[in-house]
Design a protein around this ligand. Structure first.
Ligand code: MG
Ligand code: MG
Length: 261
């Protein structure tokens, strides 16, 4: 079974990775514009419109719009997912206004010339508590720690373990139900890269693998639930959470972040 899984990992050529870098650069511009607009009083629908306009004006298309995860679920209606405070991922943009002290997590995807970019960040709205600021800092650090491990010869478990260690030794928890993943022509490819795991386990990283790494960190317990809109994922205990994500290429020279402007 393991061999089958490894065979399903799609290795990208340098020219394909160059296209993915372009897709990721467009996405990064959109996320940068969204981040600049974040302030008390702004609605999540306004943030969504900004992202869509930038992505389309650069010749890419929003990757999340129209996606369903399982039959019976309404297609995702927007360009970004916007998730506030105890909401972790997959929140639907709408009339909700950001408030001073909120944490907002924005996830977004692009498709450019058939290749997907996938990236997310969490940010404070106005002034947040010290603990919320710490949660954001540790989650962003966990992504950097994971990226650093994405070198040929390491295994996905080495990446997972490094993220989990960084988070748990700082008093926070990692979500189990959602994981990092291969990405390319499809938004979800092999291998899965959980935010918890054991060193030396999982698929071996090879040059040409492209993986979206995405630590999801809870201030309280790791459990999540799906809200009645069938999309929004929130923490079970109602405590805040954070999410950072980049699409990374594994290369002979080390990890290359593809979702930068
Ligand atoms: Mg994402
Ligand atoms: Mg992702």
């Amino acid at each position: 079974m393991r061999q089958v899984d490894v065979a399903m990992i799609v290795i990208k050529s340098p020219s394909e990775i160059a296209i993915m870098r372009k897709s990721g650069a467009i996405l990064a511009l959109a996320l940068l514009a969204v981040r600049e607009r974040i302030a008390p009083g702004v609605t999540t629908a306004e943030l969504d419109a900004i992202a869509e306009e930038i992505i389309r004006s650069h010749g890419a298309i929003p990757a999340f719009k129209g996606v369903t995860q399982h039959s019976g679920q309404a297609p995702f209606p927007a360009t970004i997912t916007s998730s506030i405070n105890d909401e972790l991922v997959h929140g639907i943009p709408g009339p909700r206004k950001l408030r001073d002290g909120d944490i907002i997590s924005i996830d977004c995807g692009t498709i450019f010339k058939g290749f997907v970019g996938d990236s997310a960040f969490s940010a404070p709205v106005g002034e947040v508590t010290q603990e919320a600021a710490r949660l954001l800092e540790v989650t962003e650090q966990a992504l950097a720690v994971g990226i650093e491990m994405m070198r040929p010869g390491n295994r996905t478990g080495d990446v997972s373990h490094a993220i989990q260690q960084h988070v748990e030794t700082r008093g926070f928890s990692v979500v189990r139900e959602y994981t990092g993943h291969g990405v390319g022509r499809s938004m979800w490819e092999q291998p899965q890269v959980p935010n918890y795991g054991s060193p030396g386990r999982g698929a071996r990283l090879r040059p040409g693998m492209t993986i979206a790494l995405e630590p999801m960190v809870n201030q309280g317990a790791p459990g999540t639930r799906i809200l009645s809109d069938q999309w929004t994922v929130a923490t079970v205990d109602g405590k805040p959470c954070a999410h950072f994500e980049h699409t990374i290429a594994v290369t002979r020279d080390g990890p290359v972040i593809l979702t930068l402007p």
